[in-house]
Write a protein that binds this ligand. Structure first.
Ligand code: ADP
Ligand code: MG
Length: 262
């Protein structure tokens, strides 16, 4: 199982939208995918039509109870091959509740590791904070996709996020996480600023920036209210076409990077 976190310490830059549609896009390519909601807002649940406040148990219970496994809280989505580990507001106190637990930054990695044979990909939707949960995510993940909204402050939050990856790798022995790529989101092709930010990112980060970019789309913004990824809600919409391309690019990039040079 390849574990990919979708992260940025900034809010509103399409992390959840990307996590949901990437997970659905990969599942639609006949892969087994687990989407893990690690944001107390539970938006990844809502986006798949699952009410986070009506679920009996969630990721919070798994993190708190050493005898509880991830498989106890898995919810099947309407999309074949796509399962969800749900989250809700309770997760908001996890950091405090775990303060006296030894090895607390490793819990997610250990528990997710036990599911490794059941899924090909695990996609984690992160909250926009540098917290104990984020540290757990970085240690549990092989790859991070950083979503970047194409505007002036994007570079600042991007530098912060890349710095965090560096610190996590340096300070936590088992952590080998790397940046798989930067995904430009909420792109408005017509604006000069958007073009400038795109150009700047490609000049600075080169092929780390995904070729696929995600443009603003009304159908994409609507799809969570229908409880569906845009891929099933409006399969012909530009947003769906772009997220399908993104899913292909992610699979290809991982395959290419995993190949051992001879
Ligand atoms: P984050 O998880 O980073 O906070 P979200 O994925 O929740 O960001 O996106 C923030 C808001 O922007 C949501 O209302 C979402 O529906 C909307 N959104 C995200 N991507 C797009 C897009 N490409 N086009 C239009 N709206 C989008
Ligand atoms: Mg979110």
């Amino acid at each position: 199982m390849k574990t990919i976190a979708v992260a940025n310490q900034k809010g509103g830059c399409a992390k959840t939208t990307t996590a949901i549609n990437l997970a659905a896009g990969i599942a639609m390519q006949d892969k087994r995918v687990l989407l893990v909601d690690l944001d107390p807002q539970g938006h990844a649940c809502l986006g798949l039509g699952i009410d986070p406040n009506r679920i009996p148990t969630s990721i919070y219970d798994v993190l708190m109870d050493k005898d509880m496994s991830m498989s106890n809280v898995i919810v099947h989505s309407k999309i074949s091959g796509l399962d969800l580990i749900p989250s809700n507001f309770k997760l908001g106190t996890a950091e405090l509740d775990l303060r006296a637990t030894a090895g607390r930054e490793m819990i997610l990695s250990k528990k997710l590791g036990l599911l490794g044979q059941h899924y090909d990909y695990c996609i984690i939707d992160c909250a926009p904070a540098l917290s104990l949960l984020m540290l757990n995510i970085l240690i549990a993940s092989d790859e991070v996709i950083i979503t970047v909204q194409a505007h002036y402050y994007a570079l600042e939050s991007l530098k912060r996020m890349l710095g965090t990856l560096h610190v996590a790798r340096k300070q936590f022995g088992p952590c080998n996480v790397r940046a798989l790529g930067l995904l430009l989101t909420l792109v408005e092709e017509g604006t000069v600023l958007c073009r400038q930010v795109q150009q700047q990112l490609r000049e600075f980060f080169g092929s780390l920036v995904f070729e696929t970019v995600i443009h603003r789309s009304v159908r994409l913004a609507e799809s969570p209210s229908a409880g569906e990824p845009v891929l099933t809600y409006a399969p012909k919409d530009k947003g769906a076409v772009e997220y399908r391309a993104m899913a292909r690019e992610v699979i290809e990039r991982i395959a290419r990077l995993s190949r051992v040079p001879v």
